[in-house]
Ligand binder design. Structure first.
Ligand SMILES: [Zn+2]
Length: 288
């Protein structure tokens, strides 16, 4: 999960240019759509892309087909599509926090909302987590919706943490949503975590990280290559590691930060401190 800067694209100009391009098979059919598209883009921006509020004007099946074809194979007028895709491929997934994106998706799905098929503010880099939600956008209760990486600033806050139970070589791993109940976006955050993050491979990833930590602690936290004598020192090293991971990945909800954030739980800290300070322990040996 991550907040992304809103694409700096002149979408009105891009669509006008597209509709006036005589070299395209869609010419001149899209010209009658310019007013509708521009009004829809403006309304989308005015409500921050909230699917409960965005108006979705009907367009003909033929127009929808033309727009989807332009998304799939963008002409020069829509150069932003390739630019957004290429610029974010290697970054943390803004939807689930995995360590790569790999694809460009529509926040409001192009089948249900064809008018936004080529709108830069509706095009979100993501990993395959976004396709697993299919076309789900809203929950049954007020405020429940999928968060929008370009408009929901709360994605820049720490929202989820790993939870470890039955500590040992193979603990039980789950996720906890850590935004307070009073958070203005609590229902949306909760829905987003359940609908997108929980369905990703995050718990398997975190279990693998734990396995590495258990076997050879320095693989996960470099400072654990030496024995650590107190719980206060363990906490301090983990806090430094967490700050460094947040900074490196430019996200507080990337999967590595979610993992380390879970190690700062008092019960886990105490468990780690006992093992890292055990008298006679060979440095960087398994945490038995
Ligand atoms: Zn993802």
């Amino acid at each position: 999960m991550n907040k992304l800067p809103t694409p700096n694209v002149n979408d009105f100009g891009a669509f006008t240019s597209l509709s006036n391009n005589p070299k395209l098979a869609s010419f001149p059919q899209l010209q009658s759509l310019v007013g509708t598209v521009q009004a829809s883009y403006a309304q989308y921006m005015a409500v921050n892309g909230d699917p409960a509020l965005v108006l979705n004007p009907p367009i003909s099946a033929a127009e929808a087909k033309l727009l989807k074809a332009h998304y799939k194979d963008p002409p020069g007028d829509l150069a932003h599509i390739k630019e957004i895709r290429d610029s974010a491929e290697h970054l943390v997934c803004p939807m689930c926090g995995s360590m790569h994106c790999g694809t460009l998706d529509h926040y409001l799905p192009k089948n249900g909302y064809p008018v936004f098929s080529v709108f830069s503010k509706n095009l979100v880099p993501a990993c395959k987590c976004n396709s697993k939600r299919k076309e789900t956008l809203l929950g049954a209760n007020p405020g429940e919706r999928v968060l929008h990486p370009y408009f929901d600033y709360c994605l820049g806050e720490r929202l989820v943490s790993a939870r470890f139970e039955d500590l040992g070589e193979v603990p039980r791993v789950s996720l906890v949503q850590i935004a307070p109940n009073t958070h203005s976006h609590h229902a949306a955050i909760d829905f987003h975590v359940q609908t997108i993050v929980q369905r990703s491979a995050i718990c398997k990833y975190i279990a693998d990280r734990w396995s590495s930590l258990y076997r050879k602690p320095s693989l996960v936290v470099r400072a654990f290559e030496k024995n650590v004598q107190t719980q206060v020192a363990v906490r301090s090293l983990l806090e430094k590691e967490l700050a460094s991971l947040d900074d490196l990945h430019k996200s507080k909800n990337n999967w590595n930060s979610v993992f380390v954030s879970g190690l700062l739980d008092p019960t886990v800290l105490a468990w780690l401190a006992v093992r890292l300070s055990m008298p006679g322990r060979i440095p960087d040996s398994p945490l038995v």
